[in-house]
Each structure stands twice: as C-alpha cells, then as structure tokens.
Design a protein. Sequence first.
Length: 434
Amino acid sequence: MKYYSTNRIASEVSLQEAVVKGLAPDKGLYMPEKIQRLPSDFFGGIGRFGLVDLAKTVAKAFFGEDIPSEKLESIVADTLNFDIPLKKVGEGIYVLELFKGPTFAFKDVGARFMARLLSHFVQEKGQEDVNVLVATSGDTGSAVANGFLGVKGIRVFVLYPKGKVSDIQEAQFTTLGQNITALEISGTFDDCQRLVKEAFVDAELNVQMKLTSANSINVARFLPQSFYYFHAYAQLARLNRTRNVVVSVPSGNLGNLTAGLFAKRMGLPLKRFIAANNRNDVFFEYLRTGKYSPRASVQTIANAMDVGKPSNFARILDLYGNAHEAIAADISPARYGDDEIRNAIRSVYEKSGYLLDPHGACGYLALEKQKNPDETGVFLATAHPAKFKETVEECIGKAIEIPSGLKTFMQREKQSEPLSAAFNDFKARLMSSK
Ligand SMILES: *Cc1c(COP(=O)(O)O)cnc(C)c1O
C-alpha cells in the first residue's frame, strides 16, 4: 500500500519509507491511500473474536500487502501481550481500560507495534541501524523506550527536561539501559523538542546516521490504535449493547481519536465520537465554529492532553475532505477545567468505587453530561490513575496502591546523561555513538 502526504506535495511512499521517515518531506502527515471496508458478516459475528484475532484482521487490512502474514501476526500478538478490558462504570457507561501495558498508558499499543515493525524493516530488509529520537514531557518517553527495549538494530535517545517530569515517569525511561539512552537536558520540554527537530534537518548528521521519530505522526504508531475500538465493540456485542454506541476519547494530539475514525471508516458501526478536551480547547472550538486557531498550550492536571496545535488534525481534515459539517456530525465537542476533572474523580469514586485518572475523567464527564438515554457510552481510560498519584489522592482524600509493575521501575537505578540545551552538544553526543 502507498502512503500519501496530507499536504499532497511530497510523492507517495511505501510503508517502509513512511515508517522510517515519520513526517513527509513537505511536513504533511502520511495517510494510507485506501481504507478497506471489512465485510458485514465480520461485524455480525464480531463477539466471537478476542483482541488479538480482531487486531490481526485490522492489521492485515492496512499492512497485509507489505508484511508477510505470519510476521504481521506475530508482531500483533507480541504487541498485545496484555489485556484491554471493558467494564461497567454507570448506567449505559462503560470504560475501556487501555492502561494494562508495561508503562500503564495507551501509548504502549502504538509504541510496541511501531518498535516491532521498524525492527522488521531493519533486520529483514537490510535497512541500516536506526536511531529513534524522542522528546518527552513524560508518557511518550516511557512507552517508546519500553517498546523498543532490546530491539536489535535500533537505538533510542529519550530527551527530557531536567526536573520537569514526575519521579515515576523518569524512572520508566532512565532505568532501562541496553539500547535506551536517556538524556537529561538542562532546559524545558520545548528545548528537547527543538533539539530533536534540529537533528532531523542537520545535513551532516543525517549523512552519518539514520534518524527517525516515534511520536504519533508516525503511521506505525497511530494506525494500531484502531485495533481496540473493534475490541470495545466486540465486548459490547457479548453484552448485547451495540445499539447507538458513542465513544468518548480524551484528546490531545488527536492520534487516538483519528484511529477511531479510521475504525468507523472500515465499517465498525459506531454512532458517533466525543472529543473530550481539557482547557486546551482548540479542537473543541473548531467543532463548534469551524474555525481552527492553534495557540500555545496551558498547563492542566490532565497534562498529556496539554496540546495547543494537535498534529493529527491534518489527518482528520484529510479524511473528511475538509468538510466541517461532516466532521462535526461524527464528533461532538466537550471541554472540562481542572475543577470539573477533580470533582469527577471524587464523585465517581464515591458513587461506584471506580478510580479515574485525570484524562479518563474527561472522557467520563463527556458521557455523563452528553449521552442520550438510547445510547451506550464507552470512554477510553488512557492511563492508570497511579501515574497521577498526588492529584488522584488529593481528590479522593486517601492513599492509593501503586501497581507492582510501576514500583519495579522505581527500584531500579537511574542511568541518565546530563546534557546542555545547546544543539552542538547534542549533535556531538549523537555522533559519538555511531
Ligand atoms: C497521549 C495521551 C492522551 C492524548 O492522546 P492523543 O492521541 O494525543 O489525543 C490522553 N491521555 C493520556 C494519558 C496520554 O498519555
């Protein structure tokens, strides 16, 4: 399958090129040239299938022409070596728990898939060694570092701002060793992102080393996120609750939501989506008014959604041929402030004993406030509440248990290298690892 750029200037590329390049040379995002509709009898019997089987079917629709079937099946099965359960939280409201992977956030799905796909290209197609550069404010670094840990032919550099990520987050990408190098930058997240961007355009560096990016602009990270929408629907099918399904997606860069829109385009009978924003409400405003005005992000307690210029917006526009009316018919807007998020965490816990994280809380709130009585709502819980321990404990007024998998990271020794925010220092460090 060919991939084209949303800017339509750069030429079409193969899957391998799209994955290795990340962003198209015209700065557009890659899109698959077709989205295959799955047969209706597949949906009729969907309740019979588990997560891995559903994911294999969806993966073949996108990657089947480019990856041998056996290889693709093993990539999918290795990626999804954890459960994604659906649970009832309230009347007609269900949660899809996407945080059971090794770093306790949904980004594990895309990061683990991308790591395995890239490794396939490196090993079997004679691609030279690849260096993955990733700037992180917290969650992305841990998912990417753990996804690529021990993968041959790939080296990962995680750049993070010194003193500006939580202890739990830092432990998840600085204690791994092997092919993962954590660079602790004396600067801000924006400095980290600038260093990565400068590296991609530095001619000398790109002649010497193969560099790629692992954020959600990469098709190999974002497309696999469509797998679990099918799995949510299959679980509802087993409960006889597939009429008028609404999926509420806590949204930042819109990668997760876009993957859901792809699932719908493949024929998955979802009625509509809700994009749940925090105070960073650029997409909320677009849905309401048709006007898109990106701006600097503001800090909230749902910090993984603090995005002022969502990168996957370009993919949504492309998917709908820029038609605001069609986009707004499929996606309803929602926006919540920190106090509303805190109140939701508290009241849901008091009512049902279910503990939300600040991101999932936005998804829940949107259903509680907007769901019609004839609709079944599913919200995506994108991270484990223990990743936001202090915030959550403050809301419910008591201490929470940290899962043992998270504790393990905290017991290991930190191995990070301090580095200035000057590009020449970063470049010298990269060159020294050749
Ligand atoms: C990244 C992230 C989001 C936002 O997802 P997008 O695909 O960027 O919209 C939401 N919640 C959590 C916990 C995240 O880590």
